[in-house]
Design a protein around this ligand. Structure first.
Ligand code: NIG
Ligand code: FE
Length: 415
């Protein structure tokens, strides 16, 4: 019998996302309990069975979750948290009729954040990011994928990735770093796109690899930014340097991004609001995870959401992410994404839970380690002040977290 450090018992529902063929299903245990030893989960099941299978010591902490739901901490597999300042003026411009593309073409959008980030020191960036990481934890997220992409010079991209590594050390949330030097064409390269592509391939990728600053490489594949051919060259170089790859694919137009993701066997293809039927099959055959970002469609005031039902009906393990960034989706809340996905993507409540846990973990190449409550997984656990799993997407716009544990330690408790 194992002596445990923590037991959460009497949960109205204990949610265990479980792999079941290509897609996961949600196992629901009523009157459930979970026991943890150190950073890991060691037992789950009915409260009586878990209690009978473990040993408590004087130091064991016991939490009573009566009337509440206990679930894995959320995994947010697509965020852009390293920026400086904000762009609320663009939000209001859009709401008075300007489009995202018009604002970008006039020098705003990503390039506005690039100018802001370049002026900030590493220390200023860290201080700017920390409160946002608190918001992730407060909303039930215990791991995020975090992209660079507002630097767009060798030094500013390295600065951004070093900030991600420093934040990982300073904050309880786990960050998984992605290099996104191909996020936009910076001001100084507007008339020579190809030179910028060469800078990314010949200088940035080798240097980021040498410094071991990122696990993934991503590209914004869209005809007005990096077209399919340029994206392929960048990601092929990245793979040669050992990066796993991701693509911002088919977000604003059907630009071949998803097909490219399949061709390169990308870990994930993200956005997909304009994906076509052929590319859905290609993703399926390649084992690429679709990451949908309904918050960006919503926040940009657009109407074409990703064809989630088609992706799910093709058997794909759909993940959801916030896309947290200062331009197209200024929120750290995955519960909000669950609500949007329920309404606009027509996903079931079981599907939105799997999409923010087990499938999201697959989208950052960490299956079985996070996003589940199975034995051996990290003890990243959220206790929700809700009566059942269907309630969370339904009661939107308020915080229903009771308690968040990261690696077995309480990092957030409701006052
Ligand atoms: O994922 N698509 C490109 N990048 C971001 C937007 C970033 C910004 O506007 O600052 C996105 O939506
Ligand atoms: Fe994004």
């Amino acid at each position: 019998m194992e002596t445990v450090d923590l037991v959460i018992k009497n949960a109205a529902q204990l949610l265990i996302p479980k792999k079941d063929n290509a897609r996961a299903t949600l196992k629901i245990i009523s009157d459930g309990a979970v026991a943890c030893s150190g950073e890991r989960i060691v037992a789950t099941g009915k409260t009586a069975d878990v209690i009978a299978s473990i040993k408590n010591s004087k130091a064991t902490r016991v939490i009573d979750a009566s009337g509440m739901v206990v679930a894995p901490g959320f995994v947010d597999p697509h965020t852009h948290p390293v920026f400086f300042g904000s762009r609320e003026h663009e939000f209001h411009l859009r709401n008075s009729g300007k489009s995202y593309t018009e604002i970008a073409e006039a020098g705003g959008g990503i390039r506005c954040s690039v100018r802001q980030l370049r002026r900030a020191s590493k220390q200023q960036l860290i201080q700017h990011c920390l409160p946002h990481l608190d918001h992730f934890i407060e909303n039930g997220t215990t791991t995020i994928e975090a992209k660079s992409g507002y630097g767009l010079t060798l030094d500013d991209e390295i600065k951004s990735l070093e900030v991600i590594h420093e934040l990982n050390r300073l904050h309880p949330i786990d960050l998984v770093a992605t290099f996104l030097g191909a996020h936009e064409i910076p001001d100084e390269y507007r008339s020579r796109h190809e030179d910028y592509v060469r800078l990314v391939i010949e200088e940035m990728i080798p240097r980021v690899a040498e410094l071991q600053l990122a696990e993934f490489c991503d590209v914004f594949c869209e005809s007005h930014v990096f077209n399919s051919d340029q994206s392929e060259r960048i990601l092929t170089a990245a793979k040669q340097y050992g990066f796993k790859v991701k693509i911002h694919a088919d977000q604003l137009t059907s630009g071949g991004g998803a097909a490219l993701a399949a061709k390169l066997k990308a870990v994930s293809a993200d956005h997909l609001d304009h994906i076509n039927d052929q590319a859905i099959q290609q993703l399926k055959n390649a084992g690429t995870i679709p990451v949908l970002l309904p918050g960006a469609v919503f926040f940009l005031g657009l109407t074409q959401y990703a064809p989630a039902r088609k992706l799910l009906d093709a058997g794909l393990p759909v993940a959801l992410a916030t896309d947290f960034n200062p331009g197209s989706c200024m929120t750290e809340s995955l519960p909000m994404m669950m609500t949007l996905a329920s309404i606009y993507l027509k996903m079931t409540s079981e599907e939105v839970w799997c999409a923010t846990t087990i499938h999201a973990a697959q989208a950052i190449a960490r299956p079985g380690k996070i996003g589940t409550l199975e034995n051996g997984a990290l003890a990243d656990i959220v206790i929700w002040n809700i009566p059942n799993y269907q309630y969370l997407p339904y009661h939107f716009g308020v915080n229903l977290v009771n308690c968040v544990l990261k690696r077995g330690k309480i990092v957030r408790e409701k006052n």
